[in-house]
Design a protein around this ligand. Structure first.
Ligand code: AHR
Length: 500
């Protein structure tokens, strides 16, 4: 099969905001306890953080981390997680029917983020708490000193304020599983008043308002419209969440789902534009795609386990741990290509989540870690997908699948590095069985040299990495060619081509 991509220096989409390579951690399962934090682990540092995990997180070069929830946030009391550890209460977490020990809270999150070199997107509880509670947390985190809460932080050993710039107002509050579920209007008003008050307290912050839990939500669309109508002067981003499933085990259809991802982003983008006109607002609102991934392998089973829990709620059980296979990595790679392609709209994104829970990084006790398959496209996008995004003109055959028609076999986007010395092309061949010979037309770049071709390709779409076999699905370097008219990419493969 043949394909053609044209990338031209002038076909600029936008400068990429590095924060699109952000991630998400939640007090859920073994993400925090046993993942990021485990004072018993031989790799633990003086703060109880696992050094082996920190090293892998640093490889991913995560610029921003959304925390601490997720569904967890709806009953979280931030005050429980600060001050001397021995005084911190154990509380029931209604979202995941677990016991939260509060051994990791606001200051520990910030210590850990400093270790990995990332900034925070701090989420406030809008399910069951008030505007005032959000203000108190902001004062605790961002004011130098001289108020009750800033002085409380200092008394906890943190003289310097955390200066958190990005704040999220609750999570998925349209969802009927959410404690404190709200109607579109209830949330819109509360988000408006919370954002307004928080910006009065600290005019330097930015606000992410919670969008719908997903496109299937009964109030999808109405939720976003009402939110912008009410809150537009005070919010900077609307959050979107998207997880893909492949319960039918239909690879072609699974790979086609990322077409819907593009459409999802664009439809909210269009709504934002329409509402800007309608409200005559000067405020620019962007998208924070702050939960995205594949999630289905153990989803139903986990749901039943949580639903059927008796009175004994566990601490940090292994839930939502997805054994990502090869085709999941292709879908993650395609979602990253879509994020880059929509980087004029999407300024923040977060793969959900980072460690153990729906994660690229997995841990076992005693310093054992491994990389789930999705680690690799995330790693390469984060490393080489920074700079300016170029829109490709793509010519290729198309296919029809169970839910989609006219799916291009070739998906691709390109990035010019910040120093403008390198061009990186990400490309996926969605054909199940045919090589694609790609004519790569880099017309305005003059003479370029291919310096690297990394591919993720595998015979079996169901292969996974595990503790026992951590390197079953790994990227490989392909032979280089300087004949850009005939670059061969394998069937079902994710590719990164670099030129200078
Ligand atoms: O990431 C897992 C969960 O998915 C989050 O807690 C919630 O926001 C979403 O429904």
């Amino acid at each position: 099969m043949k394909g053609k991509v044209i990338f031209d220096k002038d076909y600029i989409i936008s400068k990429i905001d590095n924060r699109i390579y952000g991630s998400f951690i939640e007090n859920l399962g073994r993400c925090i306890y046993g993942g990021i934090y485990d004072p018993e682990d031989p790799t633990a540092d003086e703060n109880g953080f696992r050094r082996d995990v920190i090293q892998l997180v640093k490889e991913l070069n995560v610029p921003m981390v959304r925390l601490p929830g997720g569904n967890f946030i709806a009953t979280y009391v931030w005050e429980d997680g600060v001050g001397p550890r021995e005084n911190r209460p154990r509380k029931p977490d209604l979202a995941w029917k677990c016991i939260e020990t509060n051994q990791v809270g606001t200051n520990e999150y910030m210590d850990w983020l400093n270790e990995i070199g990332a900034e925070a997107m701090m989420t406030v509880n809008m399910g069951t708490r008030s505007i005032l509670d959000a203000l108190n947390l902001l004062d605790y985190c961002n004011r130098d000193s001289g108020t009750h809460y800033s002085d409380l932080r200092i008394s906890h050993g943190y003289k310097k304020p955390h200066n958190i710039k990005t704040w999220a107002i609750g999570n998925e509050l349209d969802g009927d599983w959410q404690v404190g579920q709200k109607t579109p209007f209830e949330y819109a008003r509360l988000a408006r008043e919370t954002a307004k008050a928080m910006k009065l307290l600290d005019g330097s912050i930015e606000i992410v308002a919670a969008g719908s839990a997903g496109q299937e939500s009964p109030t999808f669309g109405e939720w976003e419209q009402t939110l912008i109508q009410q809150a537009h002067p005070y919010i900077d981003y609307i959050s979107l969440h998207q997880y893909y499933l492949n319960l039918e085990k239909d690879t072609a259809n699974f790979l086609a789902k990322t077409l819907a991802f593009d459409e999802y982003i664009q439809s909210i983008g269009n709504l934002i534009d329409y509402m800007k006109v309608k409200t005559q607002s000067s405020q620019d609102i962007h998208i924070s795609l702050d939960e995205w991934n594949v999630w289905y392998h153990n989803r139903q089973q986990d749901h039943e386990t949580i639903r059927d829990r008796g009175k004994d709620w566990p601490i940090a059980p292994a839930i939502l741990e997805e054994p990502y296979n090869f085709e999941d990595a292709l879908v993650a790679g395609a979602m990253l290509i879509a994020l880059i392609r929509n980087c004029d709209r999407v300024k923040i994104a977060a793969y959900a989540q980072l460690v153990n829970v729906l994660a690229p990084i997995m841990t076992d006790k005693n310093g054992k870690v491994w990389k789930n398959t999705i680690f690799y496209p995330i790693y390469y996008a984060s490393k080489y997908g920074r700079g300016t995004a170029l829109r490709g003109i793509i010519h290729c055959d198309k296919y029809d699948s169970r839910d989609f028609s006219d799916v291009p076999y070739l998906d691709s986007v390109a990035v010019i590095s910040n120093d403008e010395t390198e061009l990186t092309i990400f490309a996926i061949n969605k054909s199940l069985n045919e090589n694609m010979v790609v004519n790569c037309d880099l017309r305005s770049f003059g003479r370029v040299e291919m310096t690297s071709h990394i591919a993720l390709e595998n015979n079996d779409v169901y292969d996974i990495n595990s503790l026992e076999h951590p390197d079953k699905v790994v990227p490989k370097s392909k032979p280089l060619t300087q004949n850009l008219n005939e670059i061969v990419i394998s069937p079902l493969s994710w590719n990164m081509l670099r030129f200078n």
